[in-house]
Design a binder for this molecule. Structure first.
Ligand code: ZN
Length: 299
């Protein structure tokens, strides 16, 4: 591959503009801004007007041009477009990462394009719940299209580590959470606040939680299920039972508590176990909880 300097020199005057001795194209401004943001662009020569491409570690490519051209003069500039091609073999499958509004100066459009592209790449290449969430928060403040922001992975509302505005911090011990994206169909994954582990893609919430618990609290599946919210003497008995059968320190490390529910597909609830772990709902059709007025939290 050519050196960055030689590649930059490939942004040549448009045909018919050979009168311009010291030519600075809009593409030169974009190239320099990308390099200054520590990104590694390259010039794609297959496009007549030259395109600026950024290759990502997963083999996919971002494409930056104005109508398949970067050689125009800054004074002729209208709007940068950044497209991410998911599948190198299918040019019809792409995501719009940035599209200038069309009324900015070349300098302002270039700055907005580069900050959006940098934030999007950080989000795309992030791994693990904390990195995903924090890069999502940054992306959310850029000019990226709403659908592109929604398609970026982030911690699900109400789950451990979720914060709608401020960056979240990693935990010391493995802590189960759920990340989600809403692309064409919502996707969810179990994830961890201490490490970059992520579970397989799931459609439903509970499967993602259970994947995360397999990572943070292996063995949880074989633990016994207890009635939910039973009051009075029963609560003491159940607590003693839990202490006898759940491993020592289980709840202190955010371990889940398994309770019966008579609601099919009842959602596992974050933060509801003693110690802040998940309340995992186990469906039993003939289970009838005590009337509400008698209930008292066992947790
Ligand atoms: Zn972990």
């Amino acid at each position: 591959m050519l050196s960055p300097k030689k590649q930059r020199a490939l942004i040549l005057p448009r045909q018919g503009r050979t009168d311009l001795a010291n030519y600075t194209a809009a593409g030169h401004l974009l190239w320099d801004a990308l390099v200054n943001t520590s990104l590694t662009p390259r010039i794609d020569e297959t496009s007549a007007g030259r395109a600026i491409a950024i290759d990502l570690p997963d083999g996919t490519t971002l494409w930056l041009t104005e109508d398949a051209d970067v050689t125009h003069l800054p004074t002729d500039h209208e709007a940068w477009s950044a497209l991410h091609f998911h599948d190198p073999a299918d040019s019809g499958d792409y995501l719009q990462v940035y599209l200038g509004p069309g009324d900015l100066s070349c300098e302002a459009d270039t700055a907005a394009c580069v900050s959006t592209v940098a934030a999007w790449i950080a989000s795309w290449t992030a791994a693990g719940a904390v990195a995903r969430h924090n890069t999502y928060l940054t992306l959310n403040k850029t000019a990226a299209p709403r659908d592109t922001i929604r398609a970026a992975w982030h911690i699900s509302w109400g789950h451990p580590g979720f914060n709608p505005t401020n960056p979240t911090s990693p935990t010391e011990q493995h802590t189960a959470t759920v990340i989600e994206q809403s692309a064409d169909l919502p996707g969810r994954r179990g994830a961890c606040l201490a490490c970059p582990w992520e579970g397989p893609l799931r459609r439903d919430h509970n499967s993602a939680v259970e994947d995360a618990l397999d990572h943070t609290h292996p063995g949880w599946r074989s633990l016994p299920v207890v009635p939910q919210g039973t009051g009075g003497k029963n609560a003491k008995r159940i607590r003693a039972y839990l202490e006898a059968v759940y491993p020592t320190g289980w709840f202190e490390t955010g371990g889940p508590l398994k309770v019966y529910t008579n609601v099919a597909n009842d959602r596992h609830e974050p933060g509801k176990a003693r110690g802040g772990g998940y309340l995992v709902k186990v469906y039993r059709s003939n289970y009838t909880p005590e009337p509400k007025h008698q209930q008292q939290s066992l947790l």
